[in-house]
Design a protein around this ligand. Structure first.
Ligand code: HEM
Length: 338
């Protein structure tokens, strides 16, 4: 087991993330290890994990990142167009007096439209993209890991000749789905709940997403760390987004720093601008906004150290609108399902 330490400042997180000396953890190696220990074949899961630049370093990272960057850049225009069509539904969703579940009615369809335009949806298994992200959670039960592993095997076997290309496309969406849908839902909730009963036309909209669903990322710092015994791997948990950071610092690290900085930044930032441009034209107000998360968002250092899943996962965002002149109601806040 690695020893996990929390970076104690924005400056330390930035210094570690910007340095080439500290690689990310190699998730594929963890599956190799579990597979060997239990005599289980995790090779399908390992093939996907080796397509995810966040868990790669050296020449393999450079090659996969380059291939992914080309795919992401070439899909950008089509993704923007697909996103605009979903964003154009916002006036109907925000009609005065309407209550809507925004994860189901806006955030997931927005992501789905972008993923399809990307040509990278998991064609044979639509839920696969989200479920692959569950492989990153160290608490996931073995039975579920094995089920996801078999679904990846089916995905590969459906068209083995084009498997590399399809795994690359799958990988792009695997890295996008959690941060995009989570940050979008949490940011909309923050915006709505801090501007209750204000005409949407009058709100001061933040230029970039104000909340991130990916608050930390890990880098291996041993053997340089003082705390490392020779045989203990030391991991520094770097903060990307935190209440203790200024808005400027959060903005700077929202999409990561250094050689693993996010390839989905341009499309995500553009889509946020498109969302707020549309919201600012709508003549109603938010009466209540309730966000439900799968598990409470990490707040304290202890929460961050104990975090087993890198993503904060919203389950639902219930939003009630009202005409601009009525009063806000009490039902606002964040709840956790577990
Ligand atoms: C609001 C949306 C998003 C946020 C906040 C976000 C955040 C991040 C962060 C913080 C990292 C760096 C992780 C690390 O250093 O360990 C990252 C990496 C990455 N992101 Fe995003 N992301 C978002 C959307 C997307 C989308 C839509 C895509 C795909 C289309 C994407 C693809 C990637 C890829 C491929 C990497 C890995 C880069 C590398 O390791 O070289 N992201 N993202």
């Amino acid at each position: 087991m690695p020893r996990v330490l929390l970076a104690d400042s924005f400056a330390e997180s930035r210094q570690i993330l910007k340095s080439r000396d500290y690689p990310p953890t190699a998730m594929a190696d963890q599956y190799r290890f579990i597979g060997q220990q239990l005599g289980v074949d995790f090779s399908p899961a390992i093939r996907v994990l080796e397509m995810l630049p966040v868990f790669l370093s050296g020449p393999r990272h450079a090659a996969v990142r380059r291939a992914m960057a080309i795919g992401i850049a070439s899909a950008r225009e089509a993704q923007q167009h697909a996103a605009q069509q979903v964003i154009d539904r916002l006036p109907a969703l925000l009609a005065p007096g309407r209550q809507a579940e925004w994860m189901a009615e806006f955030v997931r369809p927005l992501w789905q439209a972008m993923a399809e335009a990307h040509g990278g949806a998991a064609d044979t298994d639509p839920g696969l993209v989200s479920d692959v992200t569950r492989l990153f959670d160290s608490r996931l039960r073995l039975r579920e890991r094995l089920e996801i592993n078999e679904r990846i095997r089916d995905f590969i076997d459906a068209a083995p000749d084009s498997a590399e290309q399809r795994l690359l496309a799958l990988g792009q969406n695997v890295l996008g789905v959690g941060p995009f849908t989570g940050s979008m839902a949490m940011s909309l909730h923050q915006l709505f709940s801090s501007n209750l009963n204000q005409p949407l036309t009058d709100i001061a909209y933040p230029a970039s997403l104000p909340v991130s669903a990916l608050p930390v990322t890990d880098r291996i710092v041993s053997p340089d760390s003082d705390a490392a015994a020779e045989d203990v791997v030391v991991v520094k948990r770097c903060l990307l987004h935190s209440k203790r950071f200024s808005a400027k610092e959060n903005d700077e690290a929202l999409y990561g720093l250094g050689e693993h900085a996010c390839l989905g930044r341009p499309i995500s930032a553009t889509v946020w601008s498109m969302v707020i441009a549309k919201l600012s034209q709508i003549g109603s107000a938010i009466q209540s906004s309730v966000l439900t998360l799968a598990a409470a968002a990490p707040e304290s250092d202890n929460d961050l150290l104990k975090l087993t899943d890198p993503f904060v996962r919203p389950l639902s965002l219930r939003v009630q609108t009202c005409p601009v002149d009525s009063q806000p109601q009490a039902a606002n806040g964040v709840t956790a399902a577990t």
